[in-house]
Design a protein around this ligand. Structure first.
Ligand SMILES: [Cu+2]
Length: 266
C-alpha cells in the first residue's frame, strides 16, 4: 500500500488531509522519495544499483570512469535513483509487449513520463557476477506480494554493450506464481523473496529482466539487472536495503501519530 493510500485511509476529514498533504510534500521534498514500492536488489537493478553505489555521494567525480552508465543516469535524472523503488506501470492488463516498445524495456516503456529513460542507454553498466543457476531477490517495501514474478535473461550471443534490449532477445529462465506478501521473508521495513533462475549456456555479460506483477492493483514493475556469467557462487548476496524511504516513512509515522493525537476520538 502506498503512503497515499495509507493517508487516505487513516484520516477522516478532507481539511486535515489537505494540511497534512502540505506537510507530507515538504517531507518528501526533503527525503526525495515519493512513495514506497520495491525493486530487484540482487543482482541489483540499474536503478537500485546506481542508488546503492552512489546515493550517498552522487557528485563523486570518480563515478564518471568507474561507473559511466550510472554517471549518465544520475546526470540525466537523479529522481530515477531516489525513486529506485518506483519503476512501474499501471493498467497494462498484461499487455507488456504492447505497452513497452523494444529499446525501452529498462525504463518500463518510458514509465513516469520518462523519468527512467537513462536506464535504456546501451553501454558499460556495472555487472554483478552470477553463476548459471542464480537467484533474483526482489525487495517489496509496500508488502504488495506478487500475482507473478517472471525472470528473463538475454539469449547467448546478445551483445549487451552494443544492442538495445528487445523482447525477442529474452528467454524466460525462472518464475513464481501468486505469492502473497505473508509468504515472503521479513526484510527491514518490507518483505523480500528469492526467485530461482537457471540460464544454462550463458557466458559473459547479459541482462536479467524481471517483471513483477504486484497484487494490490494492476501495477507491474520492469527491472533490468546487469550480470556477468563468470561462475559466481550462485547465491544472491544478502542485501538489506537502507534507503531514504525508511527515514521518510518514520517521519510520516510520527506526523500521523501526532495528527491522530489532535483528533477528537469518535
Ligand atoms: Cu506500489
Amino acid at each position: 500500500m502506498s503512503v497515499l493510500h495509507y493517508v487516505r485511509r487513516s484520516l477522516p476529514t478532507r481539511a486535515l488531509m489537505v494540511s497534512l498533504g502540505t506537510v507530507l510534500l515538504a517531507t518528501f521534498a526533503l527525503g526525495g522519495v515519493a512513495s514506497a514500492h520495491g525493486s530487484v536488489v540482487a543482482p541489483a537493478s540499474r536503478n537500485y544499483g546506481c542508488f546503492q553505489r552512489w546515493g550517498d555521494d552522487h557528485q563523486a567525480p570518480e563515478m564518471r570512469t568507474k561507473d559511466p552508465m550510472c554517471y549518465q543516469a544520475w546526470r540525466t535524472n537523479p529522481a530515477a535513483m531516489w525513486n529506485w523503488n518506483g519503476l512501474y506501470r499501471e493498467n497494462l492488463a498484461g499487455n507488456f509487449r504492447g505497452g513497452i516498445p523494444d529499446g525501452t524495456l529498462c525504463s518500463g516503456g518510458h514509465a513516469e513520463n520518462g523519468r527512467y529513460d537513462a536506464l535504456d542507454k546501451v553501454g558499460r553498466w556495472v555487472t554483478t557476477p552470477v553463476s548459471n543457476n542464480f537467484r533474483v531477490r526482489l525487495f517489496d517495501q509496500a508488502s504488495h506480494g506478487a500475482d507473478f514474478i517472471r525472470v528473463y535473461v538475454t539469449r547467448q550471443g546478445f551483445d549487451a554493450l552494443k544492442q538495445p534490449l528487445r523482447w525477442s532477445d529474452l528467454e524466460l529462465v525462472g518464475q513464481i506464481g501468486n505469492t502473497p506478501a505473508s509468504k515472503w521473508d521479513q526484510a527491514g521495513r518490507g518483505v523480500s523473496i528469492d526467485v530461482p533462475a537457471s540460464a544454462p549456456g550463458r557466458t559473459g555479460q547479459h541482462i536479467v529482466y524481471t517483471v513483477w506483477q504486484a497484487s494490490h492493483q494492476d501495477q507491474a514493475y520492469f527491472l533490468c539487472s546487469d550480470v556477468n556469467f563468470s561462475g559466481g557462487s550462485g547465491k544472491s548476496a544478502s542485501v538489506q536495503p537502507e534507503t531514504d524511504e525508511g527515514h521518510s516513512a518514520s517521519v510520516l509515522d510520527r506526523i500521523v501519530q501526532t495528527v491522530s493525537a489532535w483528533l477528537p476520538s469518535t
